[in-house]
Design a protein around this ligand. Sequence first.
Ligand code: NDP
Length: 473
Amino acid sequence: MENNFSKVFMFLCLLNFSNHSADCSYDLNLLKDKINIIPLAVLGTGPAGLSAGIYGARSGLHTIVFHGPTPLGQLKDGILVENWPCVNKDSGINIMNNLEHQAKGFGTLLVNDTIKEVDFSTWPFKLHSQEDPNRCYYALSLVIATGATPKRLGVKNEDKYWIKGILSCPLCDAHLIKDQHAVVIGGGDSAVERILQLAPYAKEITLILRSEKVRAIHDMYKKIKDLPHVKILFNKDIESFEGDGNRLSGVNIIDTKTGEKSIVKTNWVFLSIGFDPNSSVFKKQLDLDSDGYINHDSLTQETNIKGIYVAGNVCDRIYKQASTASGDATKAAANAVKFLSDLDMSPELKKIVKQNSYYPVREDILKIESIASQKQLDEIINKREPVLIEFYSPLCSLCKSMKKTIGAIAYKYKDKMKFYKVDILKNRELAKNYNIGVVPEFLFFKDGKLIDSRSQELSRVQLIEFIELSLKS
Ligand code: NDP
């Protein structure tokens, strides 16, 4: 038995694996004193992460999928997805909820935590929790599916008017755009999708492209090209944004052919200029290319470290489709399964691994009550207890993806404070009284007065930080 334990799998480094940069010693002995072991850890719950979860759990592996800061990835924001196999047309959030349900059905365990730091220099791979600084997970194999973050332009005043006019989710903020002029910047499928989301609400939409080339596929572009209230400006670079400090009022552009400068007046801009891979955590641990995409073998999805695989937008600079992410994640998980099986653990060691595996504590979720009038809100505030009120829209996918997190946090804080929610579409007056702009927006009341507020999607850790700060103030 001891012989089995002490098997060192150096040969794995040599097999098809010339570019290895880490200390490649897959020494099974190292497992004996570890706790929080995860045979297959998956980072990310977009189409790639959940597909890897389905494959891993269905293969009988104890599979943990970490939500990370943006649960359910970008597809959840899609208004109409019509190229997800076997689904004619559906919203992104429905597709992602179904995928999550399917993954859970096979036994995949989803954890509300973000991995803030990794150490791949030894095996098992060390993953540091953001939720609990004292917790560290030990992954025997890993699929990285951390996706990508929308790019910013990096021009003057972009940060200043972020949220104050430059927004990211047309449907969340459809109430703001109604009968107004909106600008979309970019020429890919995301830009077209944003225009389709805005079209039923906005009075006028201007699409600004930096070149003559529309990158969106023909079928997508066809949907917006002839809409009467959509105007397309080609060959325009964005120079800066302007406004009164609190609210955006226009976009300064320059014609790339003539050099002519002009301003497009608008209070609302949506950026759709592509994505940057979410790979900074792996920077000194894995081989990345110059743009931050994780280098990998496209046949196996393996990174430069055996046992670590990658799928989806964090490694795909070309296709970036939910279906390709899902397919690549299936390859990644299949190879993780093979990697683990090749370790050839003895039954005794498997037992130890099982005993010492990480099992998340099932979180209790508190149902959040709705507030339907100013009178009801006043009564709650006047009790002078700490209260967090979420203003949300039923159209907002960010709000939907935060629902479970808020319910879990409400349970955690149930003895310290109260939580309520307000549907801004049903309670427009109430939203107006509190000057609610982008949603979700969180208002914290204590001692009968408003203490602080936060808007847009907050990670679990950010929401807890906000609550702790407000409770102390
Ligand atoms: P893309 O990379 O496809 O397009 C980015 C667009 O932004 C291009 O038009 C690009 O211009 C422009 N751009 C980039 N940088 C700047 C800048 N600094 N200033 C002005 N314009 C800029 O990104 P998308 O987010 O649109 O799409 C990403 C992927 O997701 C694609 O593969 C797409 O097919 C997929 N997708 C699929 C959907 C679907 O199938 N339903 C929906 C949404 C996305 P240029 O062309 O000149 O470089």
